[in-house]
Ligand binder design. Sequence first.
Ligand code: HEC
Ligand code: HEC
Ligand code: HEC
Ligand code: HEC
Length: 466
Amino acid sequence: MLPVPPQYPPRGKKSERMNALNKKLILLTLLTVLLFAAGCTTQGQAPQKKLTGLNPGEEDPAVWGKYYPRQYESYLKNKEESKTEFGGSVRESHLDKKPYLRVLFKGYGFGEDYNEERGHFYAVTDVKEIKRITPKSAASCWNCKTPTAPKQIAKEGVSWYKKPFAAVTKDVKHPITCWDCHDPKTMNLRVTRQNMINAFKRQGKDVNASTRKEMRTYVCAQCHNEYYFDKDTKEVINPWDNGLNPRNIVDYYDNKKFSDWKHPQSGTEMLKMQHPEYEMFSGSVHQTSGVACADCHMPYVLEGYNKYSSHWMTSPVKNLDVSCKPCHRQTTQWLKTRIHDIQVRTNETLDIAGEENVRAIRAIQTAADTQGVDTAKLAEARKYHRTGQAYWDWVSAENSMGFHNSTKALHTLSLAINNARQAQVLAAEAAGKPLNPSIVDIPKKQIDQTGEPKQPEDKVKVPKQP
Ligand code: HEC
Ligand code: HEC
Ligand code: HEC
Ligand code: HEC
């Protein structure tokens, strides 16, 4: 077992650390003496928080920055744009990188314009510029981009979501800011997004009464999740009532007879997954060991005696030393290789699953064009296509390319491939023809055929076992 998430990762020079430690010891001794002298009985209670002078509605990060300059300075780094092997913060088109996406998303906005996500700083710019936003889009699309959304929802209630997207634009001043995660009075972490507050309420829980450790994940989970818009009210809802696994969520949509669009070639009622980072992370080795989103994406940094959380929320690959090493004793190269290995394998399996779904679409289309087709079997084939593509999308839309939970990612892709295959077989049966060999061809790109993914050279010598 690795050490528990540290509160004070040793950073800086040893002499500095010793000085800091001595200081702390002296303070602690003093405090203990004082407490005993006063007969203090506040054991177990949180220390009284110093209140900030911030206005409860203050959303301008620069104003918060006057009180917390270090956090603000690191928050400004969210403007930075650079790439990593499978992630990063550069607005590149997913459609150009993986052309089969245009087939899978045909007839839907994601087939027209679909980009890699950037830093929080760009949330407002990017949602305004994406071609998926049309005059028909609802205010709901603002929900995870700006504090204006939860503020207006608090004032106007559920009816806000249905407003036209463009009608809200003038009210929007800031992208994701301090206000979204912190109570301006106490600086405590808080969930501001009604979708997550409601999802917990339906389970009889108050998300904002969670432990500090849980909140270090929940403040991110409120936006980095799978959701849908209610067909009538356009309210943002998390489909978590049956659980957080892909199966639970597809079941939830099936029971509601929900679909996002109808695929024009296969005629399937489709599901689009959003960005299920929270759901993917749940149940992972890290999550079940008590590690939070903030541990890797907001690592502690030390400046002199001041320790603070980096508010540059980006790919940890950009700085593995700070993001992983407080807990891991392995070398940076080892960590890098682990991430690379998980991501390369997930990416190849993802492409296989994607291509199988393209084949399912073609097989169903062929069957649908056949005279005297067995319509019951065709309907069944479409059901498998819907499920197969939803599972593929679950991993595709999730932003870590498998890293957050490699077991769940690969398991979900195995379901995606199986469902897409079933769809092909059923479509062929529905048409009364044997499977077209070109449809069942196994994709050429397989890990077995391409050999081991190229590993960055690891110079570490593994010590011999005694
Ligand atoms: C154990 C460390 C760790 C934890 C905990 C963790 N992540 Fe990640 N996250 C990563 C790594 C590694 C990547 C892959 C980055 C890359 O490919 O450049 C990643 C990628 C991401 C990305 C995409 C970044 C990019 O550059 O495109 C997002 C968004 C994200 N994580 C959000 C979250 C959220 C939300 C949580 C909690 C529910 C979480 N992460 C928990 C390590 C972690
Ligand atoms: C996306 C959520 C999020 C946003 C946005 C955010 N913070 Fe934080 N902040 C956190 C988390 C998580 C922690 C760690 C808190 C903990 O462990 O108790 C934190 C910690 C802090 C702390 C406590 C000291 C520390 O560094 O750990 C301060 C002060 C702070 N943030 C200020 C700010 C300011 C100022 C802004 C805006 C410029 C801001 N935060 C924006 C999530 C956020
Ligand atoms: C209010 C909603 C919201 C909250 C809260 C939030 N995010 Fe995000 N996050 C977004 C959006 C939206 C984007 C994409 C912005 C874009 O592409 O313009 C994003 C992008 C990211 C990225 C990609 C940045 C990059 O450099 O590639 C990472 C990593 C990330 N978020 C991590 C986190 C973590 C960790 C937390 C919690 C501490 C968090 N987010 C909280 C909405 C949110
Ligand atoms: C807050 C502590 C913490 C941080 C930060 C952290 N880890 Fe971990 N990591 C753990 C724990 C705990 C385990 C469980 C294994 C154990 O106890 O030996 C683990 C396990 C792993 C495993 C093995 C996973 C498996 O499936 O068996 C890998 C790989 C890993 N971490 C990589 C990373 C990388 C890469 C980063 C940085 C991006 C990182 N970790 C950040 C605590 C952490």
